[in-house]
Design a protein around this ligand. Structure first.
Ligand code: NAP
Length: 283
């Protein structure tokens, strides 16, 4: 499977599997077993998804060795700050039945994320995490984090799909060797992505679906993707992207779909700041 090299030399699979919104824990455990048996070796979960323990059970049941799996999890905003992040990390390890993480991410750029980062730097230096990074950090906040601390993030996990291509952010990521990890690579199905005419026409040339075109586009862009599906046949479809190549003309067509703004998470919106802090927002 294709891998990418992070800015600390760690190798990370480009094709992953995400478990957001799989709230039925038996279904989550089973999905993890199926994903690993399909061939995925990168799993993405988060404390706030409430399914880390199911992911841990799925890994155990799969029979795949721990060292062959790249596990990513995240600290939630309510656990921001040095001490709370340390405690949350310990719970995450226990849930996942492991004594180290491959990747640990700050989930949201709110609360005392500087304190969280210092805890993560210490855990990284103690060998408990192979790589550390962030999610949903736009360029200004990311730069502030970099300039205030010792370790540059290895990853920025962002909303990224054909309608939100993160071209502006990539300039700063490239300067620091930070890799993009695409969440919601299918835009969670918004804008009829699975039947989108441009993606469909591109896919028809190769006998591939729009979903496979999107994942191939991310792979060719050196962007890590973590599509979610609870259906084994879709997991297999989403994994089968290594037998075709998008041309420069295909890539130009995909570029035309970009709206240059997020579709799902308006991270800067006042309503989101309230919501993420757990406060009901009345206009
Ligand atoms: P997504 O992967 O863009 O879309 C998932 C949806 O697409 C599900 O409804 C799934 O349905 C459907 N689907 C999957 N493969 C398909 C296919 N081949 N054909 C048709 N439909 C298909 O959305 P996401 O789950 O929000 O994002 C992926 C991962 O990113 C998450 O699981 C999570 O790990 C991560 N994430 C991170 C953040 C963050 O803030 N850091 C935010 C959101 C997500 P079925 O399951 O029914 O097949």
């Amino acid at each position: 499977m294709a891998q990418t090299k992070l800015n600390n030399g760690v190798m990370m699979p480009l094709q992953g599997y995400g478990v957001f919104q799989i709230t039925d824990l038996e279904q989550c455990e089973q999905a993890v077993v199926e994903a690993l048996h399909t061939g995925y070796r990168l799993l993405d979960t988060a404390a706030t998804y409430g399914n880390e323990a199911a992911v841990g059970r799925g890994i155990q049941r799969s029979g795949v060795a721990r060292e062959d799996i790249f596990i990513s999890s995240k600290v939630w905003i309510q656990d921001a700050g040095y001490d709370k992040t340390m405690a949350s990390f310990a719970k995450t390890l226990a849930n996942l039945q492991t004594d180290y993480l491959d990747l640990y991410l700050i989930h949201m750029p709110y609360g005392d994320y500087q304190g969280s980062w210092r805890a993560m730097e210490d855990l990284y230096e103690a060998g408990k995490i192979k790589a550390i990074g962030v999610c949903n950090f736009e360029a200004d906040r990311l730069l502030d984090l970099i300039l205030s601390n010792r370790i540059v993030p290895a990853i920025d996990q962002m909303e990224m799909h054909p309608f939100t291509q993160q071209k502006a952010l990539r300039h700063i990521l490239d300067q620091y060797g930070i890799k993009l990890m695409a969440w919601a690579p299918f835009a969670e199905g918004h804008n009829n992505l699975f039947t989108q005419p441009i993606l469909k026409a591109i896919g028809d040339q190769y006998g591939k679906t729009p979903a496979q075109v999107v994942l191939r586009w991310l792979l060719q862009s050196d962007v890590i993707a973590i599509p979610k599906s609870v259906h084994a046949e879709r997991m297999a479809q989403n994994f089968a992207i290594n037998d075709f190549q998008l041309t420069a003309a295909d890539l130009i067509q995909i570029a035309t779909l970009d709206t240059e703004r997020p579709l799902i998470l308006q991270i800067r919106a006042v309503s989101e700041v309230f919501r993420l802090h757990g406060i009901t927002f009345d206009q």
